[in-house]
Design a protein around this ligand. Structure first.
Ligand SMILES: Cc1cc2nc3c(=O)[nH]c(=O)nc-3n(C[C@H](O)[C@H](O)[C@H](O)COP(=O)(O)OP(=O)(O)OC[C@H]3O[C@@H](n4cnc5c(N)ncnc54)[C@H](O)[C@@H]3O)c2cc1C
Length: 377
């Protein structure tokens, strides 16, 4: 697990693991049950500069490198999938504003999101448009005071508590991205409850009824907006999801090893039954393989390798599927206790299924990985 890391990265990993053991694992089932994160965990993440640590110091981050950010995502994923999702989304929104927005927008929002004084949401998906996100129907038109936006966004993580939304819409038939503040007249959020997994991600449906934003809130407009803004944000989120799936799988493995050592059936611990050993072997092999793919993606991202996006897709595709398989095995090893709220593995299994859907479904990634591989020279 520590092989190939620098001393700083190892130290950081140990600190992240301590944070997960002390601040996430004891509460994750409760947050899952209440379908909401406690405000205190967001404050703790902000105090530890872990909400958007990859931002430069002057924008409220710590300038964390890509490999270390991956390690953080893994540990957050081991603790609580919704906390990892929160951190991923804050990074997606803050980096998009910093990279593609005006200096005024960047100064106003990136440090606010980085320090947790405002929560950001990434609003791309619509009720009728998910995988085919380029064909969204939310529209914007020029008005006297700026732009008027009308449409609906669905399945938006942390929409229930967001103070600002990064909204994708069509303007003059080209894609555009806007910053929309929560208190804008015409914007309302309906909570989405009762999800299978990532239940503490406070999802919402965002209604935009002739919402007017000032001209300065236009982040990007033009043919390339989707490729630049949405694609780079999703790539950032995908890297977090990939590593988060490794953490989730590691959490399942840890829980299963402990359970198999202690639970006695037929007069011996489960760990002595060879079919249980076989399951454990499959699990540990999947965890290690997924981690290596993520580590490679992290190193390629850190060196701005031209194939980093493809490698991140491969890591997310493999790790999210592996996470689901490992979580299913963990529930099986736990027997009836596996489906009980007293144990974490049922939560991991439910969260694992979501990881195969967010930031691009496994099927969309199969297409993207093949396309990028075929296009290689
Ligand atoms: C917990 C959670 C959090 C989320 N958070 C956010 C968020 O913060 N912001 C946001 O914008 N969105 C968010 N989403 C939405 C998510 O990005 C979409 O659900 C995802 O992109 C898939 O879109 P869809 O659900 O409309 O499925 P669809 O696109 O309708 O796909 C349905 C099925 O068809 C398959 N399919 C579709 N097209 C093809 C194809 N061309 N070839 C083969 N198979 C295909 C898909 O793989 C899938 O299995 C979230 C979703 C969940 C569940």
């Amino acid at each position: 697990m520590l092989h190939g890391l620098t001393t700083d990265q190892r130290d950081n990993l140990l600190a992240f693991a301590r944070f997960t053991d002390e601040h996430l694992l004891p509460h994750a089932n409760t947050w899952d049950h209440q379908e909401r994160l406690d405000d205190s965990i967001i404050a703790e993440l902000a105090a530890a500069h872990r909400l958007v640590p990859t931002l430069p110091v002057e924008a409220g981050g710590t300038g964390m490198d890509a490999v270390t950010y991956g390690l953080l995502s893994e540990e957050l994923g081991r603790g609580c999938g919704s906390v990892r999702n929160l951190v991923a989304v804050q990074g997606m929104v803050a980096h998009a504003i910093l990279r593609w927005g005006s200096k005024t927008l960047a100064d106003r929002w990136a440090p606010a999101i980085g320090t947790g004084s405002v929560i950001g949401s990434f609003a791309l998906t619509e009720p009728e448009v998910g995988s085919d996100a380029r064909n969204g129907t939310t529209t914007a038109r020029r008005v006297l005071d700026g732009y008027e936006i009308t449409g609906r966004k669905k399945w938006i993580s942390f929409a229930q508590r967001a103070g600002v939304f990064l909204v994708f819409a069509r303007l003059d038939d080209d894609p555009a991205a806007f910053i929309v503040e929560r208190d804008s007249p015409g914007l309302s959020v309906s909570p989405i409850n009762g999800l299978l997994g990532l239940r503490a991600s406070e999802l919402g449906e965002v209604h935009l009824d002739s919402v007017v934003v000032p001209e300065s809130n236009l982040l990007s407009h033009g043919r390339l907006t989707f490729d630049l803004v949405a694609t780079s944000s999703l790539d950032y989120g995908r890297y977090s999801t990939a590593y988060g799936s490794v953490g989730l799988a590691q959490g399942c493995l840890d829980a299963s090893l402990e359970y198999a050592r202690n639970r006695v059936q037929f007069d011996v611990p489960l760990a002595e039954h060879q079919l249980v050993q076989q399951a454990l072997t499959e699990m540990v092999t999947s965890v290690e393989a997924a981690r290596l793919l993520c580590r490679q993606a992290g190193q390629m991202r850190a060196s701005s390798h031209r194939d980093a996006i493809r490698q991140t897709l491969i890591a997310k595709y493999f790790a999210s599927r592996a996470g689901f398989e490992v979580a299913a095995s963990a529930v099986q090893i736990h027997g009836a206790n596996g489906v009980s709220a007293d144990y974490p593995v049922q939560r991991y299994l439910r969260d694992a299924k979501i990881q195969e859907i967010i930031e691009g479904t496994s099927q969309i990634q199969q297409v993207q990985i093949a396309d990028l591989t075929l296009a290689r020279t």
